[in-house]
Design a binder for this molecule. Sequence first.
Ligand code: BDP
Length: 700
Amino acid sequence: KDGYELWLDYPRIESSALKTEVETLFSGIYFFGQEPTQEVIRKELQIAGNKMLGKDPVFTQERLDRTRLWLGTREELAQVLGLETQMKIRNLGPEGYWRGSIDFQGKSYYAIIGNQPVGILYGVFDWLKSIQTETFDPKSEKSDAPKVKLRMLNHWDNLDRTVERGYAGFSIWDWHKLPGYIDPRYIDYARANASLGINAVSLTNVNANARILTTDFMKKAKVLADLFRPYGIKVFLTARFSAPMEIGGLKTADPLDPDVIAFWKKKTEEMYSFIPDFGGFLVKANSEGQPGPHEYGRNHAEGANMLADALAPYGGIVIWRAFVYSHEIDEDRHKQANLEFEPLDGKFRDNVIIQVKNGAIDFMPREPFHPLFGAVKNTNLGMEFQITQEYLGQATQLVYLAPMWEETLRSKTYRPTPSSMVAGIIDGSDSGQKLTLMAGVSNIGTDRNWTGHLFGQANWYAFGRQAWNPYLNSEEIAQEWIKMTFGQNPEVLSKTKEIMLESREAAVNYMNPLGLHHIMGRSHHYGPAPWVEGGRADWTSLYYHRADSLGIGFDRTATGSNALGQYAHEISQVWSDPNQIPEKHLLWFHHLPWDFELKSGNTLWEGIGLHYDQGVKTAREMKSQWDSLQGQIDPERFSHVSQLLAIQVQEAEWWRNACLLYFQTFAKRPFPTEIEQPQGDLEYFKSLDFPFAPGIRPRW
Ligand code: BDP
């Protein structure tokens, strides 16, 4: 087992009662409709049946006699459904499903029903999951529907197949061989996404190449869109704002220029001629050197609306990123998105959604939620999480990210209502927005196991589940994933779950405890480098930790940058006080003396030491927990994870030693006696260089 099958491995059913139930249902399957989506369901049942039961399912041609399982839409099954059930299903919306048993003419059938074929597909995947996790009960009914409209992967894949911040090999999109050659992986990718309800993908890097919008590349993208359509997945592409100049021969990309407007209209029209259900454009503009409307004295709304108008006739949308900051602005980077977007509230078209990272800096191991959530009233806001572990150990570390996302989604924003939280903004329940989005920056690549680290799969999985329902609990998601990935062994389940659930806090502890942030290696972001200085200030560690002889931390209260002022009053008031702010965010918002007293009674300096040390201890525990499972997990996956955990322990020690030795040069205090004393030579740590670290394009 090498992990290629992901969570769709469909192991043989062990429980004999369950096996009998499932065998019966697989012995007579009837499809009411014949759409392409039904065909992909048929194929999935074929795979699942063979793997779980060792035989082909029987697909029947007539709906009663030999049939046990019905698959169809609500309309197709209307005759056999009571009015109440019909209403219930109707209310689940286009992607919802219902499954349960139906008695008809003295016989009982199990039915999986959607309003649309894609709902049936989701219902089937959910049913197969219930079999894999041994929770299937033919007598009870289940219905579900996604809470977020667009559940999307953002690939940061370049056309040359390198992947920005990708740690799992190269891009799975083989642009060179497209449109002629269809890699079977494309289908397995679509199956995996559909099994989670992911219904949109942006194929290309947000640092975009205009070439993707040329006719040749549209033809390639069309092939992928055609393959993904039956799986309910729409294709989006990133649009480079300067494309009118680069591929359109224009002298400007000014969004108010008639030729520029005409260029985008024509491009969009052409796009829809190839991909009639094209999702739209994802745009990074005026950020980190990317072109945008500011070059022409226009604002984000003018830029986004111009594209939105081109897409509107076809039902397409613009996803415009709020990850904007410019080094020319002498302002705390934390504040820039709000400064640029709050004044534009209400100015964006209805088919524009602003995609906001979970935090205001950049996918740190822990960030307070982004202050844009709750700050605008009339702007659609979507969530952007990063599944790829740019700042969380890349592909050498096991860090289960769902608890981090859960923490953000459940953060109280106090706006628009006193009980609002981030989840209620992005799913529309509090914000009232109709267009809703959760995007995750993909961690997928050509590695045989897709994600580099086997446990990276759990993050892809968890992202899909939380995008479907942002209120799901990360522990339950972990449990599902473990059962689907490793089977039903209770010891494997309990130990693996424990490892996963403690992994994120461990990473925070040995990397960025107490609100420290952005102190990793320059540009590749691998390993500790709190000493990085020089060059663009907000790309250095010193800018963020501000350690000096007096103390450490970034003052973002009213005496400092006042980024805190961008949050609701309920938050800014409490967090302005270093004794009241949750300690996990302490140094994010406060510069404090080394002897500041923490809740534990330790000084800040001691607390920093204790956290780093705790992180290392947990990493070691994770490794020994895993190793105790030897013989209970197949050797290939066992050894893959075990070796990577050994690396993780070394990296945790490296983080602790390097950071503590470095911060000690300012604090000038001894390390707390309870911790393992940091070993090594600071100069040596500083000299380490990683010119070939993955995930960045070589900068010659
Ligand atoms: C940062 C990455 C950079 C991305 C940027 C973005 O370091 O490679 O281009 O985010 O989100 O996390 O645009």
